[in-house]
Design a protein around this ligand. Structure first.
Ligand SMILES: [Zn+2]
Length: 540
């Protein structure tokens, strides 16, 4: 179906291309029904546009850039907010010109650091991206809801059950965004959801109830000797206290600057939340030598009395009293550390990773987790791009206002890959009928002197005339080879004609999703196959 050309770069062979075209048609149809207008924007874009929004830095090395023969810098579009905002800014004058829903289905480029999973994370891919332009937030809400419904329709028509989760906005920006997730064990996204209410979020964004820790009235801080104890487990074990009575220090490098991250001992920092809190472009854990070089006592670092370094704390540090923290001296910790009495933090925010078993932020329920593949992402962007790129309109009162934007993306290849992840068995793919490369696999089993060939060719012509899509396996191969290939390719309905079925004036019909075949009279075969195909399209 696909063939790798380079890391994250693929050729699509005829069967996969048919699937992609079907997905594309479903998407186009739903975008048009929702009021979208299709256009086409260039892949090759002046880097200057990206510099105006600062997204050349946000994307960093993920943005493919090149220099032309006149030494002008160009970028290969990874999304099209800049180009389309400029276009709309030029053409929209008044509130009467809005709202607008503009979309394209086109190739995008991203220099992913770790292309993986076949089509899941690639460097060149086809994406449908729609951009909405409205006069205000209320208009944006309407456009956003229209798109949420259109997306639900698309996945339903592709035969792919999805869930909608809250997500981080990442490089696109804006405050509110949602992802459509196909649940799959192999998925690289972790989803946190509540079993009692509809709360669901990507783990990058998910929140949880951290609970309060009964620590009693604040007591005077005191040093305690902890010989050889460095990790939270060692310290809490040695002092015979639970992890949640300790404060953990973790060090990160944010855009080249060493940052002190403080969080309750039973919790872990969430890199995405931390990046958002710090407003930085690049974030990674500091190495041990970077920490030591900065004069910090590794294993015993403390926010108490530290200076010359930014301290970012999770809001869990306010969830209790009398914590144990580092002592900024080897083999020493401090008991009864209390915020804000004993230390300050430059930023206090929710920077913790929500985990299964913790409390739901919306109800009394417990959170659970699962894995999935993101197959769509929608964003309420607001006015970030319109303000940077000068996309304004004149309102009814004659005042100039920035256009309020949303953006909505679906990767087509990824959707196809997710469909395979969700619909297969150990023999191969089981395509949902609406996106299957063909509806029927016509499989004549030849024998010299039999009428199989003639019957198969007549049936093929009849089915084609009825508008059914037939993959005609007229190879001279054994039944075993043909059946294996049929299962592997996953065409929804297999039709076998052999001397044995013809003895009963019949053909054998087997659905890929079912175990047992059935014999159907040749005279009734076309009607039966039309019915099965129509049912497959409807049921999705
Ligand atoms: Zn809940």
């Amino acid at each position: 179906m696909i063939s790798q050309v380079a890391a994250g770069v693929y050729s699509y062979l005829p069967l996969a291309w048919r699937v992609l075209k079907k997905i594309e048609n479903i998407i186009r149809d739903e975008m048009d029904k929702a009021g979208g207008q299709e256009l086409n924007l260039p892949v090759l874009q002046p880097l200057e546009l990206w510099q105006k929004t600062g997204r050349d830095h946000v994307l960093g090395q993920a943005l493919f850039t090149l220099t032309d023969r006149r030494e002008r810098k160009l970028a290969l579009g990874s999304t099209h907010e800049e180009v389309i905002t400029k276009l709309v800014g030029h053409n929209v004058q008044s509130y009467r010109d809005l709202p607008l829903l503009l979309y394209q289905i086109q190739t995008k480029f991203r220099d992913e650091p770790r292309p993986r999973g076949g089509l899941i994370r690639v460097r060149e891919f086809t994406m449908k991206d729609l951009y909405s332009f409205d006069v205000d937030e209320e208009g944006l809400d309407q456009s956003y809801n229209k798109m949420l419904q259109a997306y639900r329709n698309i996945y339903a028509r592709c035969g792919l059950p999805t869930i909608v989760v809250e997500a981080d906005s990442g490089a696109i920006g804006g405050k509110i965004s949602h992802e459509f997730i196909v649940i799959a064990e192999t998925g690289e996204d972790e989803i946190i959801y509540c079993s009692q209410c509809d709360y669901a979020a990507n783990t990058e964004k998910a929140e949880s109830i951290k609970g309060t820790i009964a620590g009693g009235e604040p007591l005077p801080a005191e040093e305690v000797s902890t010989p050889g104890m460095a990790t939270i487990e060692e310290v809490s074990g040695f002092l015979k206290i639970p992890n949640n009575r300790t404060l953990k220090a973790v060090f990160y490098i944010a855009d080249g600057e060493l940052v002190f991250v403080l969080i309750r001992g039973d919790l872990e920092a969430n890199d995405t939340k931390l990046k958002n809190a710090l407003h930085c472009f690049e974030l990674r854990m500091a190495t041990e030598s970077e920490v030591i070089e900065a004069g910090i006592v590794a294993g015993s670092a403390s926010p108490v009395g530290i200076s010359g370094i930014r301290v970012v704390a999770d809001d869990s540090i306010t969830s209790g009293t009398n914590f144990v923290a580092g002592g900024n001296k080897p083999d020493t910790h401090l008991r009864n550390v209390n915020y804000p009495r004993d230390f300050k933090a430059g930023i206090i925010a929710d920077i913790a990773l929500a985990r299964a078993g913790e409390g739901c932020p919306k109800c009394e329920g417990k959170l659970q987790s699962t894995h999935g593949i993101e197959v769509g992402h929608v964003f309420k962007i607001g006015t970030f791009y319109s303000e940077k790129l000068g996309a304004f309109y004149i309102d009814a009162g004659g005042a100039s206002q920035p256009i309020v934007m949303g953006c909505y993306g679906i990767g087509l290849g990824r959707l196809m890959a997710a469909a395979v992840e969700q619909n297969h068995d150990d023999k191969g793919i089981i395509w949902p009928l609406p996106i299957a490369p063909y509806h029927l696999y016509l499989c004549p089993l030849h024998r010299e002197g039999s009428k199989v060939k003639e019957v198969a060719e007549n049936l093929y012509a009849e089915l084609e005339a009825e508008g059914l899509e037939v993959l005609f396996d007229d190879r001279q191969e054994s039944p075993g080879v043909k059946f294996n290939d049929a299962d592997l390719l996953g065409i929804p309905i297999r039709v076998t004609i052999s001397p044995r079925t013809l003895e009963k004036d019949s053909v054998e019909i087997k659905q890929r999703s079912e175990k047992e075949p059935q014999l159907v009279l040749l005279a009734e075969a076309v009607t039966k196959l039309k019915e099965l195909t129509a049912r497959g399209t409807r049921s999705s």
